[in-house]
Design a protein around this ligand. Structure first.
Ligand SMILES: *[C@@H]1O[C@H](CO)[C@@H](O)[C@H](O)[C@H]1NC(C)=O
Length: 429
């Protein structure tokens, strides 16, 4: 990638001094569902009635989000991606939903989704066409912003195909102003960093976070562990540069969760979820909720993991170090005990060599814990198995864990003022 060449020159000079977009939205990473990765641009409803981009798909998804417990777990947006409109605007220049696939129009679908207690998201593009070739917004910003407001849209993803990578920034800002003028609060998801990074341009993150609630930093995710790994690698390679700009109201977005589809094993599903939790990433599912297995559903609805992802400090975590191809990721979360925060810590395996791999780390030297003299040790919770009793480790102690091939373990290290060493001095977890 071209952008890799630019990394060394950027360094740590960017400091958060400018507040983000203040529309009151996405104070925590947005959670919901989005059609693109799983359903792409399937438009042939005769051949693929259960998969085509249609009213039926989004109603079914909304129903399942409620009946299968996703809404209760926090997933609230139901977002349509590309391929929802007709190929031409109407005579007044307005966008029109495809009449065969959305026979009752978008407002009807929005009403249906809202009646379920969910929120409604839609997709458009800052350029002359959407990525799949449908009409884009260029030249129609004001009218399109009003159309979205008229349809009661709560979340709008604006893609960056068919637009100039440099000039698109002004257009994203302008469209954001039109969105604001409608008076309807909409989460504004932008894609300009992804387009700029791919072209070797370093995006202006200060303007970005004043303009958008979240943004795609890198390419589209696909249904494979290698795709999850390559996006994860983009985030760790560029973390010094991009991490400071994520926070309440303005998030880096590594793209959708692909758990529940064809490509990830159970262990690899844990890996994506663990990394996205550490990254404070939006949790937008892109799968067929009708076919998600109970095991994967339990992962997606794991309350301890969701709570860590949704931590109200909203600090994006970092790759701390890699030991024998096990990546150690760390993210500060609440609660704070005296002057030390709790840490979510993930051990993410890049190994595929058979047996679970055992790794032993020192809390102070390897994990950088215990910067406080008050803290005597840590209570450590396994977030993937909350039925396990927490273990207690002294601050000068060691922690051992075994990570399955291509999988990940995720823990919460809560600082303790006193440690009861229930027989554990060197616990293997
Ligand atoms: C519009 O912008 C103002 C100023 O940042 C903000 O207070 C307001 O909430 C915004 N309104 C909407 C609908 O986004």
């Amino acid at each position: 990638m071209k952008c890799a060449l630019l990394l060394g020159t950027v360094g740590l000079s960017l400091i958060i001094t400018v507040a983000g977009l203040e529309n009151g939205l996405s104070r925590k990473p947005p959670m919901g569902w989005m059609s693109w990765e799983r359903f792409r641009c399937i438009t042939d409803c005769k051949k693929y009635p259960d998969e085509c981009i249609s009213e039926q798909l989004f109603k079914r998804t909304a129903d399942l989000m409620v009946s299968d417990g996703y809404l209760e777990a926090g997933y609230e947006y139901v977002n349509i991606d590309d391929c929802w409109s007709t190929m031409e605007r109407d005579s007044a220049g307005k966008l029109v939903a495809d009449p065969t696939r959305f026979p009752n129009g978008m407002k009807h679908l929005a009403d249906y989704i809202h009646s379920k207690g969910l929120k409604f998201g839609l997709y458009q593009d800052i350029g002359t066409k959407t990525c799949a070739g449908y009409p884009g917004m260029k030249g129609y910003f004001e009218i399109d912003a009003q159309t979205l407001a008229d349809w009661d849209v709560d979340f709008i993803k604006i893609d960056g195909c068919y637009a100039d990578e440099v000039k698109m920034v002004d257009d994203y800002i302008l469209f954001g102003e039109f969105l604001n003028k409608t008076g309807r609060p909409m989460v504004y998801s932008c894609s300009w960093p992804a387009y700029q990074e791919y072209s070797g341009i370093i995006p202006d993150y200060v303007i970005l976070k004043k303009t958008c609630n979240m943004w795609r930093n890198w390419g589209d995710i696909e249904d494979s562990h290698s795709s999850v790994e390559s996006i994860t690698r983009y985030f760790s390679d560029n973390q010094q540069r991009i991490q400071p700009h994520s926070g309440p109201g303005h998030w880096n977005d590594p793209d959708t969760l692909v758990l529940g589809n064809f490509g990830l094993s159970y262990e690899q599903s844990k890996s994506q979820l663990a990394v996205w939790t550490i990254l404070a990433a939006p949790l937008l599912l892109s799968n067929d909720l009708a076919t998600v297995t109970p095991e994967v559903r339990a992962l997606l609805q794991n309350r301890a993991i969701i709570a860590a992802n949704q931590d109200s400090l909203g600090i994006q975590g970092l790759l701390l170090k890699t030991v024998n191809r096990i990546e150690i990721w760390k993210r500060p979360i609440l609660p704070r005990v005296k002057d030390e925060l709790t840490q979510a810590i993930a051990f993410v395996s890049r190994r595929a060599d058979g047996a679970p791999y055992s790794i032993q780390v020192e809390l102070i030297d390897d994990l950088g814990l215990s910067n406080s003299t008050y803290i005597k040790g840590y209570e450590i919770f396994d977030l993937f198995d909350t039925t396990r009793k927490p273990v207690y480790v002294r601050r000068d102690g060691r922690f051992e864990t075994r990570v399955n091939p291509t999988g990940a373990n995720l823990y919460r290290f809560v600082p303790k003022l006193n440690v009861i060493l229930r027989g554990f001095t060197n616990p293997e977890y």
